[in-house]
Design a binder for this molecule. Structure first.
Ligand code: SAM
Length: 336
């Protein structure tokens, strides 16, 4: 990201404000950058390190800028949406710098951008590519279709759900979650949490199926998903028992010793990498947030090794259902 500035291709911003979409903390962002950067981040786990390092952070940028930075993610359509939105936040003459790893297909992304907006130049180093565009009378604009990817929409045809690129399973309902709903137990009641609630699929079914469920806390790292989950539950008239928490569940347990039930389809990716450790952290936190007599219900791909962690933290673990691809595990009574 900083290479074009270091090599003199682009001028440093001086005192002028700069937006940074999908910002991530890096020690290379020195005090001069810190003074001018407005960091946009909707992932709690990326937001927190920036905030604690003293960066100015928001969920959504506003205003006009002469310089913008955009870190590309593994979500291709989100990237188109972010470029389109970033373009609207640039003053005439402003520059947008995009950077991404080869592993997310940055080269072909740049090629597609060039079809609509002329790219001034690019550099590549360390399996990453940075390219930049200048907004002036001749520089074209991003298609409306790209801008639509930066807003909630009914991207799952016929489902009635709102989703948005940049969140888990925004184009389809997850098969594992569907399998979990089909295998929900007869009774779930009391205080319940949905860990990694996404755009609200499991929560909706929990609230619809279980009238004795008194309160449902939705915990999710991605703010875009929290926003649409609220709208999805509101559309079904299910808001009154639901509360929403923008939380990184790989951090400290949010409500220790509180829940009768926790339900989840735990994540097993961090950025573009598989990370079973994240799912195991979810299980550890669930054990801490459940009452001693509480139960954890989860679905996972069959090959994911969660049983050992469940046996470490719970007195009983049973596989209540399985298919060729998935298993539903029920763990009860926390070891304390
Ligand atoms: C497999 S998805 C399940 C989503 C949703 N429950 C569903 O069934 O569609 C896992 C969810 O966990 C969220 N997640 C990932 N890392 C997280 C973290 N550290 N803290 C909280 N949520 C996280 C993801 O954003 C994603 O929405």
């Amino acid at each position: 990201m900083l290479l074009p500035f270091r090599e003199g291709h682009l001028e440093l911003p001086g005192d002028k404000p700069v937006f940074f979409i999908r910002a991530q903390f890096s020690p290379d962002l020195d005090e001069d950058w810190k003074k001018v950067l407005l960091c946009e981040q909707t992932s709690r786990s990326d937001f927190e390190p920036l905030e604690s390092a003293g960066f100015n952070c928001v969920n959504r940028i506003e205003g006009k800028f002469d310089l913008g930075l955009c870190l590309l993610t593994k979500h291709k359509k989100e990237n188109y949406g972010n470029v389109a939105r970033a373009w609207e936040h640039l003053n005439e003459g402003g520059v947008l710098v995009c950077v991404g790893g080869n592993d997310i297909g940055v080269k072909s992304f740049e090629k597609n951008i060039r079809k609509e907006i002329p790219v001034v130049d690019n550099l590549h180093k360390n399996h990453c590519r940075v390219f930049w565009m200048r907004k002036d009378g001749e520089s074209g604009s991003a298609p409306q279709e790209w801008l639509e990817f930066s807003k909630p929409g009914e991207f799952i045809p016929g489902s009635g759900y709102l989703t948005q690129p940049g969140m888990f399973c925004w184009e389809k309902i997850d098969k594992g979650s569907e399998f979990l709903v089909e295998n929900f137990p007869r009774k779930i009641k009391g205080a319940v949490a949905d860990f990694g609630s996404g755009w609200g699929y499991l929560s909706r079914h929990l609230l619809e199926k279980y009238p004795d469920l008194q309160e449902l806390d939705l915990f999710e790292d991605e703010h875009l998903a929290i926003d649409v989950s609220k709208q999805n539950l509101e559309k079904c008239g299910l808001l009154d028992r639901a509360s929403f928490h923008w939380t990184d569940l790989s951090g400290p347990p949010p409500k220790p010793n509180h829940y009768h039930w926790i339900v989840m389809n735990p994540p097993f990716h961090r950025s573009a990498r598989t990370d079973v450790g994240l799912g195991i952290k979810f299980i550890e936190n669930a054990a801490k947030c459940l009452k001693r007599s509480g139960s954890l219900l989860l679905v996972a791909n069959r090959q994911l090794p969660y049983e050992k962690a469940l046996e470490e933290h719970f007195v009983r673990t049973e596989r209540i259902s399985e298919s060729i691809d998935f298993k539903v595990l029920l763990a009860s009574t926390v070891k304390r």
